[in-house]
Design a protein around this ligand. Structure first.
Ligand SMILES: O=C(O)CCC(=O)C(=O)O
Length: 358
């Protein structure tokens, strides 16, 4: 599928919105997405969930009743997870396949031939990434030439997944962090805009985002590691002195943050899953791995020569002088993702382990 440019537009961010974004490091803007674009993504996620369930049913690892075919989108995943024995192979498969919708290419998916360059939800997700009203807002912040960061995610925060459950997925709380904490240090000077987009209403009860007002210029805070779920976090004593703000959101809203905005989300205390996606954009010129061959990422390449997030593939969203470089085709989008799936060198920026957690 080819995603067409300029289907409709909201004209980007106004002066007041830009001021809020730059002063506080976050901005919630309403009605950036029409529900039909998001509904297509929800449907494609649901179809993939159908496929994963059918495969497990065929293998005798799940009953049809436990698949909850046709249940409402927000309710279904939690119902399935609850009906399957905890830590069973079937429960793990369902959780892994839904957490891997962000297309790492590292998890096999039912009905998907990754060897043939297929990934789940590629078309509908790319349509969201290329959604013109969203791009207009990004253009207001960083200009016409826009890089798509490799670190886009679809997240399913299932009900009552308490921290301490040690599966290597992230359906529970996401502790306080800045996105810059995950990126390499030479990228701290570059603004990356995170767009957090709910696929169902996000409330305090189901685990909406929380942010600290914090301008980009205030820089990176120390992070530590050592949790079972592999998240980095900022310790309480290092967090800003101000009060954090909860950001409940309606479907269609977008929360814009910088890569320095401290943010978190907590355990989903509701009965339904909080589905969301987070997309990231930066100006072309930000260190990236567009046009880089992953096999060149050998140990002798110094970190400062690498992309900000070198584990996955960046791509071009808008290039005013070279529009042919823009990734608007879901096949190219999938290929970029899969090309990086086999890159195994791990990079970190040297945070220390929290001794209390080890
Ligand atoms: O979706 C969440 O709960 C956390 C998202 C997040 O931390 C991020 O977008 O960086």
């Amino acid at each position: 599928m080819h995603v067409n440019a300029r289907s409709n537009t909201i004209g980007g961010l106004n002066e007041g919105e830009l001021q809020q974004f730059h002063q506080h490091g976050w901005l919630k803007k309403s009605a950036v997405f029409d529900d039909d674009v998001l509904e297509r993504l929800r449907q494609s996620i649901d179809s993939q969930l159908d496929a994963e369930c059918r495969q497990l049913i065929a293998k005798g690892e799940m009953t049809a009743a436990a698949a909850h075919f046709g249940a409402p989108f927000a309710a279904r995943l939690g119902l399935i997870v609850d009906d399957l024995p905890y830590f069973s192979g079937a429960q793990t498969t369902i959780l892994r396949s839904m957490q891997d919708l962000f297309l790492t290419g590292r998890v096999p998916h039912a009905d998907i031939d990754q060897e043939a360059g297929e990934i789940p939800v590629a078309e509908t997700l790319l349509a969201c990434i290329q959604h013109e009203p969203l791009i207009d807002c990004i253009r207001s912040i960083i200009g016409d030439d826009i890089l798509g960061s490799s670190t886009f995610r679809i997240r399913a925060k299932v009900p009552h997944w308490e921290p301490g459950d040690s599966l290597p997925y992230f359906p529970g709380e996401v502790p306080w962090h800045q996105d810059a904490g995950y990126a390499l240090a030479h990228c701290d000077e570059y603004l990356t805009v995170t767009c957090w987009i709910p696929l169902v209403p996000a409330t305090e009860a189901n685990g909406c985002m929380w942010v600290y007002p914090y301008p980009f210029e205030s820089g990176v805070l120390p992070h530590v590691y050592g949790r079972d779920d592999h998240y980095l976090w900022i310790k309480a004593e290092e967090l800003p002195q101000s009060q954090p703000v909860a950001v409940p959101m309606a479907v269609g809203d977008v929360l814009f943050m910088t890569n320095m905005t401290p943010h978190a989300s907590f355990v989903n205390q509701s009965a339904t899953t909080r589905w969301s996606m987070d997309l990231r954009y930066a100006a072309i010129g930000t260190p990236s791995n567009v046009d880089v061959d992953p096999t060149e990422y050998k140990n002798e390449v110094p970190l400062y020569k690498l992309a900000c997030n070198p584990h996955e593939g960046d791509f071009i969203v808008r290039d005013s002088k070279n529009p042919h470089r823009e990734v608007r085709d879901s096949k190219t989008f999938a290929e970029t993702r899969l090309r990086w799936a086999t890159q195994r060198r791990r990079f970190g920026r040297g945070w220390s382990r929290d001794t209390a957690s080890s």
